[in-house]
Design a protein around this ligand. Structure first.
Ligand code: PLP
Length: 417
């Protein structure tokens, strides 16, 4: 049959995809990695997945829990869309240990990692015309989903000179009657900061004044090793409703297990029955569920992981944070405003004017990868041009090596006096 040349094929996809894909850490890291010479052993300080690093191997109890769940032959089917009741109630119990108002299984919805939890909540919040308050530096996933849903993103700064605390004064000026929520990430990605109890209280009171909920991403919950203990935002759920995002990925170093959750802390029942809670239920009904045997393993993972695993892994992160603080402060073209006390990241500022032949943060990362086989993340992808994010979850000796190479690189490219 002859082809009809008059046919005009209609292959136009959504333009939103293009816009939201500009916010991908993975893409930028692939670009930077292209500079590493093949076969060269590289040091990855670019992304937060230490699952392959021997000292961050997950807890034996967690591995056993998965194996046992699989062997029971009872977790091979679909789970209920909100998650297996036994998993939901064990997460409710786990989170309630640190909350004045206890959560029940009905307050928990399981998701495919924290990532899907974020997607579900942002989709539900995305009423046409609404705006949402997001932190800068940001975690690009929020920018990507917000761009996709079409909600307006309004950014408040995290202040480096104040230990990356939220600029609460700015929030009052950013918000209006169409503001639907504010997002915080605590412990912080990309800043490695842990908010104090007082600061979280101030955030809750600000949200209350504005009549909005707080979406608190606690993917790094409990990974706090400085003098500030981790306080979940849910503690202030009676001041303003809190939607908490969590997952097994970071505390257990198993991002590949894809188990996350949404928890709703709303003891005064402001959100109850609202479009937001109903929307989360509906959206969860039509989205994918985490693998059922991983859900089946959750109670054992949460109950049986020994204290030693937590203390060992956080003390390595603490040692890594100290190494960053000591070494980075001795690199002339780099300023490190705040010593990280949580999560696994530090943000540093590049002084481009001190460098001979480097034009910006991306250029810095490309050349560093090429010359020293060290991968770090350029700040532009986090909304901070000419900054860098360093992921320090590494064997301490490897981290020292990586930062040493970075120092050598900077002195080689530093302006000669
Ligand atoms: C890693 C990360 C996520 C995604 O976590 P998964 O459980 O792997 O989906 C979400 N938020 C922040 C801040 C993260 O760093």
């Amino acid at each position: 049959m002859e082809k009809d040349s008059a046919v005009s094929w209609n292959f136009q996809g959504s333009n939103k995809v293009k816009e939201s894909s500009t916010h991908s850490i993975a893409r930028v890291v692939v670009e930077v990695m292209k500079n590493v010479t093949a076969g060269e052993k590289f040091i990855h300080l670019g992304i937060g997945d230490p699952s392959t690093i021997p000292c961050f191997r997950t807890a034996v109890a967690a591995e056993d829990a998965i194996i046992q769940a699989l062997r029971t032959n009872t977790f091979n089917g679909y789970s209920p869309t909100s998650g297996l009741p036994l998993a939901r109630s064990s997460i409710a119990e786990y989170l309630s240990r640190d909350l004045p108002d206890k959560l029940s299984a009905d307050d928990i919805y399981l998701s495919v990692g924290a990532r899907q939890a974020i997607e579900v909540v942002l989709t539900v919040l995305a009423r046409p015309g609404a705006n949402i308050l997001l932190p800068r530096p940001w975690y690009p996933l929020y920018e990507a989903f917000v761009a996709f849903t079409g909600v307006e993103a309004r950014h408040f700064d995290l202040l480096p000179e104040k230990g990356w605390e939220v600029d609460l004064n700015a929030i009052k000026n950013l918000a209006d009657e169409n503001t639907i929520a504010m997002v915080i990430i605590n412990p912080g990605n990309p800043c490695g900061t842990v908010f104090t109890y007082e600061h979280l209280k101030n955030i809750a009171e600000t949200a209350e004044k504005l009549g909005i909920l707080v979406m608190s991403d606690e993917s790094y919950g409990h990974l706090a090793y400085g003098s500030t203990p981790f306080t979940p935002m849910g503690v202030f759920g009676s001041v303003a409703p809190v939607i908490t995002i969590g997952s097994l990925s970071k505390r257990w170093f198993v991002p590949g297990w894809r188990l996350g959750w949404i928890a709703i802390s709303d003891p005064t029942c402001i959100l109850q029955g609202s479009e937001i809670v109903e929307g989360i239920k509906s959206n969860i009904d039509i989205s994918s569920d985490p693998t059922t045997f991983t859900q089946g393993a959750v109670p054992q993972i949460l109950e049986k992981t020994d204290a030693e695993f937590y203390s060992k892994t956080t003390s390595i992160l603490k040692e890594d944070a100290e190494i960053c603080w000591d070494l980075l402060n001795h690199i002339p073209c780099i300023a490190c405003p705040h010593k990280p006390n949580g999560a696994m990241f530090v943000m540093v500022k590049l002084d481009i004017s001190q460098l001979e032949d480097i034009s910006d943060d991306m250029d810095f990362c490309n050349m560093l990868a090429k010359e020293e086989s060290v991968i770090v993340l350029p700040g532009f992808i986090l909304g901070m041009k000419n900054w860098l994010r360093i992921t320090f979850a590494q064997e301490p000796s490897v981290l020292k090596d990586g930062l040493g190479r970075m120092k050598a690189f900077c002195s080689r490219h530093g302006k000669k006096k």
